[in-house]
Design a protein around this ligand. Structure first.
Ligand SMILES: C[S@@+](CC[C@H](N)C(=O)[O-])C[C@H]1O[C@@H](n2cnc3c(N)ncnc32)[C@H](O)[C@@H]1O
Length: 364
């Protein structure tokens, strides 16, 4: 059965529209036919979208400096949703160079195809280090070290809501006349939502990511101690619910073209929503984490000295290439401002180098 049939059958069996989170979950993660389960070449220049580690090795090298500050011989790295494996390779390469390798590099990956790709990427560039990499199929019991999730929270299925007649109502998905269509639920949305007092206009749309909130809670349980680095595009609550953001943050990517229509190219395009970092931080603190810092990607990478790699490069042509890559990562008009870094800790007090130049925690 193709993915469209699977989702439309789910709607029929439900005998009413399904939540957008259910649609997004099936479209991205349905075993075998979901976007991230069937499509090993989604990420990168040849795929649908490009992430920071795919843009430049300097992203992972800079992040390695942050890891070095908190790692020791008995602690490990745990990366969620490791994509092509390129970030793992960058981190291991640079940590080896800095003489700060972790005990283990764990990867928790949902897709079998991506696991294979990650194995190939890492073993090709660092065959001598492949033995410290271990793939997990579930959260560990007592993880100690650094947890990394780059563009993972935004890929978790979110609910979509619309302001209608004075309250928020869930915007679900129906299947009518052979097409997926938005459909408003009958009841107001009864879940808790923290938002600034604002006069929302009729039809204002937004998202809430309950799965990401539940994930934070289970992550706390899975850790004995350590630091969590969450890197994603997103913003604080005030910006998230800005009156001008009236169509919400839902976006789809197909062959590097953005759209707001999740009902086309089902299973062949990425679907994503921006991260409400205030919600994540609140949930993290409720679970027991402490917030160590929050800033934009520009300031995080500059604080970690990303530009130093330029002066170390002797080859002129390579230096020009690296300068272009740095621009892509740090210029506010590129990835610098829309991407944020949130750092959390469990039973570990440390002033992280990545927030030396900017810490916007008070805005959360
Ligand atoms: C946009 S891709 C990012 C890939 C990679 N981190 C990078 O930066 O290139 C999102 C990834 O998150 C993964 N993901 C989503 N939810 C996850 C979860 N609960 N646990 C582990 N991985 C998850 C998806 O399978 C997908 O591979």
């Amino acid at each position: 059965m193709n993915l469209e049939d699977i989702i439309s059958q789910t709607i029929r069996q439900n005998s009413k529209p399904i939540g957008f989170d259910v649609f997004m979950n099936l479209a991205l993660y349905n075993p075998e036919t979901g976007y991230y389960r069937s499509n090993a070449s989604a990420i990168g220049r040849q795929g649908d979208f490009i992430t920071a580690p795919e843009t430049s090795d300097l992203f992972g090298y800079s992040l390695a400096r942050q890891c070095k500050q908190v790692l020791n011989k008995n602690t490990s790295i745990l990366e969620f949703g490791a994509g092509s494996g390129v970030l793992a390779a960058q981190l291991l390469f640079e940590l080896a160079r800095l003489n700060s390798l972790p005990e283990k590099y764990y990867i928790l990956e949902l897709s079998a195809q991506l696991k294979q790709q990650q194995y190939e990427t890492i073993s090709k560039v660092l065959p001598e280090l492949i033995d410290i990499v271990e793939w997990l199929s579930e959260l560990p019991k007592k993880f100690s070290g650094v947890v990394i999730a780059n563009e993972v929270l935004d890929a978790m299925p979110a609910k979509r809501l619309m302001f209608s007649e004075g309250r928020f109502v869930e915007l679900g998905v129906d299947y009518i006349d052979g097409r997926f269509q938005w459909s408003l639920f009958d009841e107001p949305y009864s879940g808790l939502m923290k938002m600034p007092t604002a006069n929302f206009t009729e039809g204002y749309k937004t998202e809430i990511n309950l799965q990401a909130l539940a994930w934070i809670e289970s992550l706390y349980e899975a850790m004995s101690d350590g630091v969590v680095l969450l890197i994603d595009y997103g913003m604080d609550r005030t910006e998230y619910f800005h009156p001008q953001r009236s169509e919400g943050t839902l976006r789809c990517y197909h062959k590097h073209k953005a759209s707001d229509n999740p009902f086309e190219n089902v299973g062949k395009q990425d679907i994503t929503t921006s991260v409400n970092f205030s919600d994540i931080a609140d949930q993290a603190c409720d679970a027991g984490f402490e917030v160590l810092g929050y800033c934009n990607q520009t300031m995080f990478l500059l604080s970690l000295g990303i530009e130093n790699y330029l002066s170390e490069e002797k080859d002129n042509a390579k230096r020009i290439q690296l300068a272009q890559q740095i621009k892509q990562l740090v210029l506010p008009s590129a990835m610098g401002e829309s991407f944020k870094v949130l750092a959390l800790s469990k039973k570990q007090t440390v002033k992280l180098d990545g927030f030396r130049e900017q810490d916007l925690t008070s805005k959360l």
